[in-house]
Design a protein around this ligand. Sequence first.
Ligand SMILES: *Cc1c(COP(=O)(O)O)cnc(C)c1O
Ligand SMILES: [Zn+2]
Length: 403
Amino acid sequence: MRFGLTCRSCGRTMPFRPGSTRCPCGGAVRVEYDLERIAAGLSRERLKEREATMWRYAELLPVADPRRIVSLGEGWTPLVRLHHAERMLGLRGLWVKREEQNPTGSFKARGFSCALTVARGAGIRKVAVNSNGNAGSALAAYAARAGMEAYVFLPKDCPGLIVRECLDYGAHTCLVDGLIHNAGELIARGAEEQGWHHVGTLREHGRAEGKKTMGLELAEQLGWRLPDVIIYPTGGGSGIIGMWNAFHQMKELGWIEGDLPRFICVQEEGCDPLVRSFSAGGAFRPLEGGTGASPTGLRVPHPPDGEALLDILRRTSGAAVAVTREEMREGRAAFGRHGISASPEGAAAWAALIHLRDAGAIRPRDEVVLFNTAHALKYADHPAPPVPVVRDYDDWRKTAAGA
Ligand SMILES: *Cc1c(COP(=O)(O)O)cnc(C)c1O
Ligand SMILES: [Zn+2]
């Protein structure tokens, strides 16, 4: 096989199975590829002939048969250089990765294209996700494409247009009186009884593996180099973990060399567990509460693998920055002045750039890439369509029985 699973604690290897994220020893498992074999068949040169989607890197994704992928044309998003802004801010280079150009208007499309390809290959019919919004609509769209049934659970203050989008793609859509992890608890409780395959953050390898392609594209689009700094609006952090894996795999393939970029994670004040844990300097601590932040992809008080994220930030001499709602508004206006319409999360990346440049942590010789992770218009004021609001799984069961 071209890929399999390896335990991070005991080193045991096992065949790839969807949803299998734990070793019998309790350790976390990760996908590993036979990079020697891949290098023999794939080169940087050969990639040039490939299609302009993330599936140009099919050999580096955990999919046995690349002819049977669930795709809506995701990935290979533009990397736009902001010449004027880089002169104004005194940087050697500044780019924005326009992830809002993906199907469903966010980078979540990458993870679900891969995760649902894996799930469909395994004969799975019903998929469920807890989400702040964009993972929900991405699941809904890709499930529709794959002919699967989708169940989406969103916090009840989720932007109305995103709820609308989930319904448009035909997902069973429900609001939960709580935050994203409460919605996740609901799915975990009902998974067995309902036959749901849980595709929440880091529960299905396809999610982080799909997002890995952002790192592959970054290198290829920059001419097989990496920037000095990546500023990434972070919730569960699967994109950081994915890109980190991508960078290591490209090094082993001999596609890139040199230091890895400093990863900067950005969160909003009011829900910033990574920022707090990073500055406290010890182990990762999830946040109790978290309702103080806006309903965006950054509001994740209990990221499932916070420890791995801290480790990546520390190893790359990165940082974690909290920004205010007001700074996010300013970030949005600043992006707008350069012709980019940014989501609140993308705007947070701009705000973090300003913080770190003022603090001297980003220096004039640095090349910086910002991620605009979703389309601004998904957050436009729009009343949510009428969908059930539930407290927990038992409540959902009663509602579903009545519907
Ligand atoms: C999900 C999401 C994030 C956070 O991504 P992670 O990789 O889970 O940290 C950031 N921005 C937007 C728009 C999102 O939808
Ligand atoms: Zn193990």
